[in-house]
Design a binder for this molecule. Structure first.
Ligand code: A2P
Length: 425
């Protein structure tokens, strides 16, 4: 029956109805709700209690969905006090927009869409005013980069975002309002309660719960936990400790260029003034450049690994610690993982589980001492897993060590996002 819902903007304009997903029929919309906890929540059909009639309407819509295999965005509409799902059908050949198309991840979005033959009617490339008019080749044709504006999403069905959290916070809701489903590679929405945070090998079922935005996890999280998930399903992981060796690509194309340029300068004996990263990068490494929380001593990257794993695995009881370090490698992250299971586990069991797991590949040649390396992880989609051995510091036999490497730009970002988008079409 009729309900009064306070629609409140995240930007602090409380108690103002916002036509975020407004539509015809004089409908009253849904949007961001600030519930007093300080955490913005996307309000949608799942957030509200339904009357019997509303349930019926939803069931009918689900029936339509299964009969015609149409994907619904699940937008929430109130009409005359009654609530039901507004259907947004995903066309068989969607219009796709890439936000941040000229960036390190953006370029890989295009490569993944092309290589995986993503079905599309049209591809739109969006970036800052600096890149307006730039030509980018896609499937042999030259596409022109457009400037990202509030009007960029008209007619767009799927928007892949990788232009930083600020751009996502501003433009992802605009894209959703225009009818697009957003797959966002930034940290902007990852911890928002109703936004699915997805690694398709781990929790693909979360995708269908979206209300317009699906978040791509942090690259270090994806690379660590894609291989841990199949083990967790067999023998619960109660604790893991990660030490990361993170590439320049995680900080964007400019950081990659700074690594190249500063290395060249170092070898030529020239002075180089770093402008992108906080410390000299050539022949050096440093603690991850994200902000350190003085209360915990953990930087943001480390905290993301902990909280995102809890959300993706649905297991807040898992004890996790991480030390994140930036190393002078261009594009693949490596991580040393120390993992404790609920029951004893042998290296042979870990190998047997990983041998069958999707998205991972064992590279563990003890005789040749050939283990996962960023050079082998770069430019391909698997997480390479090696150095699989019992952790001798735990006499219970429940702990093992493993070293992994994965392409930060592919499985850590663009590939994971395109895999998510594949579930939408
Ligand atoms: P541009 O190349 O025009 O600056 P990276 O992560 O490699 O640094 O890439 C960031 C991406 O985000 C680039 O495509 C960049 O476009 C884009 N971007 C940065 N700022 C904006 C902005 N204000 N509006 C739109 N796109 C932006």
């Amino acid at each position: 029956m009729g309900r009064k819902i306070a629609f409140v903007r995240t930007d602090g304009c409380r108690k103002r109805r916002k036509s975020m997903w407004g539509n015809g029929f004089g409908a009253k919309k849904c949007g961001w709700m600030e519930d007093g906890s300080g955490v913005p929540r996307l309000l949608g059909v799942r957030s509200l209690k339904c009357s019997a009639f509303e349930m019926l309407v939803k069931q009918r819509l689900n029936l339509v969905k299964s009969r015609f295999a149409v994907v619904f965005c699940g937008l929430f509409v109130e009409i005359g006090g009654l609530s039901f799902v507004k259907v947004h059908a995903m066309p068989r050949l969607p219009v796709v927009a890439v936000v941040g198309a000229t960036g390190a991840v953006g370029v890989e979005f295009l490569a993944c869409l092309e290589q995986r033959k993503f079905p599309m009617k049209e591809l739109r490339l969006l970036a800052s005013a600096r890149s307006k008019g730039k030509k980018v080749t896609f499937k042999g044709a030259a596409l022109t980069v457009e400037e990202l504006t509030e009007g960029s999403f008209k007619g767009v069905d799927i928007a892949l975002f990788s232009a930083g959290a600020g751009i996502s916070r501003k433009f992802a809701p605009i894209a959703v309002q225009a009818g697009a489903v957003v797959v966002d590679n930034s940290s902007a929405f990852r911890m928002v309660e109703d936004v699915p945070l997805v690694i398709p090998e781990v929790n693909p079922e979360a995708i269908k719960l979206h209300k317009g935005i699906i978040a791509n996890p942090n690259c270090s999280t994806i690379i660590a936990i894609t291989p841990l998930w199949p083990i967790h399903k067999v023998n619960r992981i109660v604790r893991f400790i990660a030490a990361t060796y993170q590439a320049a690509s995680g900080a964007g194309a400019a950081a990659m260029e700074e690594l190249r340029e500063s290395t060249r300068a170092y070898l030529e004996g020239r002075e180089y003034k770093n402008t992108v990263l906080p410390h000299p990068y050539a022949f050096n490494l440093f603690s991850h450049n994200s902000k350190i929380d003085p209360a915990t001593g953990y930087n943001e990257e480390e905290t993301k690994m902990v909280k995102e794993t809890w959300k993706i695995f649905g297991d807040k009881g898992m004890r996790i610690s991480a030390t994140c370090v930036r190393v002078p490698v261009l594009r693949a992250h490596s991580e040393a993982l120390n993992v404790e299971c609920a029951r004893p586990i042998t290296p042979a069991e870990v190998r047997a589980i990983l041998a069958k797991a999707p998205g991972v590949r064992i590279v563990d040649d003890v005789e040749k001492n050939y283990m996962p390396m960023p050079k082998d992880a770069s430019g391909q989609g698997d997480i390479l897993c090696g150095r699989i051995r019992t952790d001798v510091s735990d006499p219970s036999g429940k702990s093992f060590c493993m070293f992994v490497a994965g392409d930060q730009l592919l499985k850590g970002a663009a590939l994971n996002a395109v895999q998510i988008a594949e579930y939408l079409v």
